[in-house]
Design a protein around this ligand. Structure first.
Ligand code: 8YV
Length: 320
């Protein structure tokens, strides 16, 4: 009796979980692309075997790669966002694409409040003040802005947006949101116009999807509407905010402050942004906790294993 050869799996990035390698090698012949001296040649060598690609929200997975793999049937990605993957192209070729929704909602929402509190209470600035030995000198530390009982506008009230709203309730904040369409299952006020939401809000949180449909959704006008006492927090994608307009608004004082986890051209953050005291900058870490990353990787592996066993991934991205 002959055992059928294991289908090949192309892994584009290392998965930082000890049991990941073991689980992947169980059902698949593993090609770890980052270990290949000539990645292009490795793809050509294995192209007729590769049925699954493992990627991430931050790892480009373009149409060219998809087209280079004629036997590809599933793309399993680590992360909820999928703007780096040509999902439409894959789905057009009947290739299933999975992401890792829900397991990161809590950590992303927690970090959103970390950034919001840091921006309002000037935590980054305060830390620099202490470390620079300015406490006790004539250089007075400026007053911050109260968070509790303020107005929170959420752009993109999806699963992460809802987790953010839940936390905002603990701060007795009034919540409104902007989506493409109104939800009839939430108690929060809907603003059909983002400009109206920004005019109303004290804090504007960006939790919408990335990609072409939301590129520069937050422009100079929206930032101006948020105003000199307003603050913007972005945990979605850098592409959603016009970064040049943001730097201008923060530098001129037209916008009060910002807390950013994501940027237009990661990991490059413009020096002009780094020079400002009214912005809190962290390096795309919203899902980066031991617990959540383990849960995300476990879900990638569940998708891979389910595909191997049943031909279907468990958390497919709906048809675009
Ligand atoms: C990344 C993210 O997945 O989930 C997303 O969309 O942006 C992050 O959680 C993470 O950087 C690992 O790829």
């Amino acid at each position: 009796m002959t055992t059928p050869a294991a289908p090949a799996l192309l892994q584009l990035l290392p998965l930082n979980l000890p049991q990941a390698h073991e689980r992947l090698t169980k059902n698949y012949k593993l090609i770890e692309l980052w270990k290949e001296s000539d990645p292009k040649a490795a793809i050509v060598r294995h192209k007729d075997d590769i049925q699954v690609v493992v990627t991430s929200a931050m790892t480009p997975t373009p149409a060219e790669l998809i087209d280079a793999l004629p036997q590809l049937k599933a793309i399993c990605s680590q992360g909820v966002g999928y703007d780096a993957i040509d999902v439409k192209h894959a789905q057009g070729k009947n290739i299933q694409v999975s992401n890792t929704p829900d397991v990161l909602n809590d950590c992303v929402a927690d970090l959103t409040f970390g950034l919001l509190l840091a921006a309002a209470r000037k935590l980054g600035h305060a830390e620099r003040y202490v470390r620079d030995n300015l406490w006790g000198t004539d250089a007075q530390f400026p007053l911050g802005t109260k968070v509790s009982h303020k107005k929170l506008g959420i752009v993109g009230l999806g699963r992460i947006g809802m987790a953010i709203a839940q936390r905002a309730a603990g701060f007795n904040m009034e919540i409104r949101y902007h989506n493409r369409s109104e939800r009839n299952d939430v108690p929060y006020g809907y603003q059909a116009s983002l400009l109206d939401l920004a005019t109303w809000a004290d804090f504007l949180v960006i939790a919408t999807v990335g990609g072409d449909g939301t590129r520069h959704l937050v422009n100079a006008q929206v930032l101006k509407a948020l105003g000199p006492n307003g603050m913007i927090i972005n945990i979605s994608r850098g592409s959603v905010i016009d970064e040049t307009a943001l730097i201008d608004a923060l530098s001129s004082g037209e916008l009060g402050a910002a807390g950013l986890d994501v940027y237009q051209n990661e990991p490059n953050i413009p020096d002009a942004l780094k020079a400002l005291d009214n912005v809190v900058l962290v390096p795309h870490i919203a899902s980066a906790t031991t617990e959540t990353r383990a849960a995300m990787i476990a879900l990638v592996l569940d998708n891979v294993d389910a595909f191997a066993a049943t031909g279907k991934v468990v958390t497919p991205i709906p048809a675009l």
